[in-house]
Design a protein around this ligand. Structure first.
Ligand code: MD3
Ligand code: FE
Length: 210
């Protein structure tokens, strides 16, 4: 695997590092695997515990998947839409997540979930923390594919100031250590055309839920 050819490493905050364009050379293969997952467990619009539809379409692969409905946020072994287990995590996704974590100083990262978010024009994600996992010493690895978006990275509290980082096609970010519970979100996806994803952005987040 040819990861990190000679790309830039950008520190975002203590524990958070961006590997710019690190997976761009793998994008065609990655998107092929993502589309195979979507063919088995289709993208769907989930609602928050308050019953509000999110503006992002989601699915998962791995032993468990992240879900949200009126009962709350959690990880589930079965896809409620198909009644079957989530598709297995493709080897190349697992390897890339592991390599990124490794490079950021988290050796032996073994994600059990990969949440696939697909953004369309107008999709956004408000400030939140990822805290549905058990072990916060495990990092989260994020891969961006397709159209760019503005990522908002905050602090330990919702009211902490945020800094904006543009996330582009092929970027990999690892969030661990002091950044693991940081508030974060993304701005509204603007119209555009990407040769590999059309008018969409995909974000893959690799998590260890247990
Ligand atoms: C910082 N996704 O799925 S990726 C999410 O672009 C999520 O789809 C955004 O936030 C997206 O939960 C942002 C960057 C990211 C992911 C997880 C994090 C940043 C994070 C966990 C902890 C801290
Ligand atoms: Fe998040």
């Amino acid at each position: 695997m040819m990861l990190f050819p000679d790309t830039e490493t950008v520190p975002i905050a203590p524990g958070a590092v961006l590997f710019r364009g690190a997976v761009a050379s793998q994008a065609v293969e990655l998107l092929k695997r993502v589309n195979e997952v979507i063919a088995q467990s289709p993208l769907r619009r989930v609602v928050t515990p308050m019953g509000k539809p999110m503006s992002v379409d989601m699915t998962n692969c791995g032993e468990v998947g992240w879900v949200s409905d009126r009962s709350g946020y959690r990880y589930e072994r079965l896809d409620s839409k198909t009644g079957r287990p989530w598709p297995a995590m493709p080897e190349i996704l697992m390897e890339i997540a592991r390599e990124c974590a490794d490079r950021a100083g988290y050796a032996g990262f073994t994600p059990d979930a990969c949440l696939i978010n697909r953004y369309s024009v107008g999709s956004k994600m408000g400030l939140h923390q990822d805290r549905d996992e058990i072990d916060f010493t495990q990092p989260i690895v994020s891969i961006s594919l397709g159209l760019p978006i503005t990522f908002n990275f905050g602090g330990d509290t919702r009211s902490a100031t945020t800094r904006k980082v543009k996330l582009e096609h092929g970027d990999a970010v690892v969030f661990g250590g002091k950044s693991r519970l940081a508030f974060h979100g993304v701005g509204t996806l603007r119209r555009g055309e990407h040769p590999l994803t059309g008018n969409h952005r995909f974000n893959l987040t690799f998590r260890r839920s247990l």
